[in-house]
Structures are given as C-alpha cells and as structure tokens.
Design a binder for this molecule. Sequence first.
Ligand code: SF4
Ligand code: SF4
Length: 126
Amino acid sequence: MSRIALIRCEKNEDRCPLTGCFQCLDEKKEGFAHYTDAALVGVFTCKCPGDKAVALAKILKSKGAEVIHFCTCTFATKTGNGWDMTKGGFCSCIDEIIDRVHQETDLSCVKGSAHLPAGYTADILV
Ligand code: SF4
Ligand code: SF4
C-alpha cells in the first residue's frame, strides 16, 4: 500500500476543503491514477513564503508518508474550459518548493492531485 500525504496552499484553504483531492485519491484517478492501493496519512497547509514546507513534509514522513502530492490548484487555474496551467495557479514557486522538499526529505513528490490540466502528466520525483 502507498501511504500518501497532501500539501495544499493557504490561499485556497478557506475556499476548498480538498473534496476533489480526496475523491480522486479514493477513486485512484487523475494524479493518483498510478496507485492500486493507497491510504491518506495526513494533510498540511503550506504558508507563504513556503519556508516551512520542508518541516511540514518531515512531520508527514514521521507519520508514515511515503509520497507527497502537491495540490493541482498550486500550479493551475480553473477556467471555462477546465483546468489550465498556462497562467499558473496560487503559487509562483511551487516547483522550487517541491524540489526542496524532495531533496531534503528523500520523499517521493508529485506535482498534482485532482483535475489535472489537459495533456499534463503528474510525474513522480523519486
Ligand atoms: S486541487 Fe482542487 S480539490 Fe484539491 S485543494 Fe485544490 S481546488 Fe481543492
Ligand atoms: S508558498 Fe506557494 S504553496 Fe505555499 S502558501 Fe504560498 S503560494 Fe501557497
């Protein structure tokens, strides 16, 4: 079984209760499509400027997380034609945050969760 954690963005914490993320994990689709068996071990909210993301990820790791998914809304925006990543999402530095978390925790990291933009594949940093 893969033990999954999510890191979301504080800019969306009062608007989205992660419903789509949880649903996609439960149904093993979108950013979670490659899992056959997965369980959620925890969720944290990143706070700007993102300097605590590594510390949050280390706590998630201590709770058993093997993979951290970063929510799709950090890098993509909802449009009338679905989710689009050409103009980015809530976070302009999400790639740097993901790289740092991966380097400093040795956890696998995935950029994406629910409703992936068309043509986008959520690659895993292992
Ligand atoms: S990716 Fe979608 S479902 Fe998940 S927190 Fe962002 S807006 Fe909500
Ligand atoms: S650093 Fe990025 S992901 Fe973290 S809270 Fe700020 S905008 Fe959101």
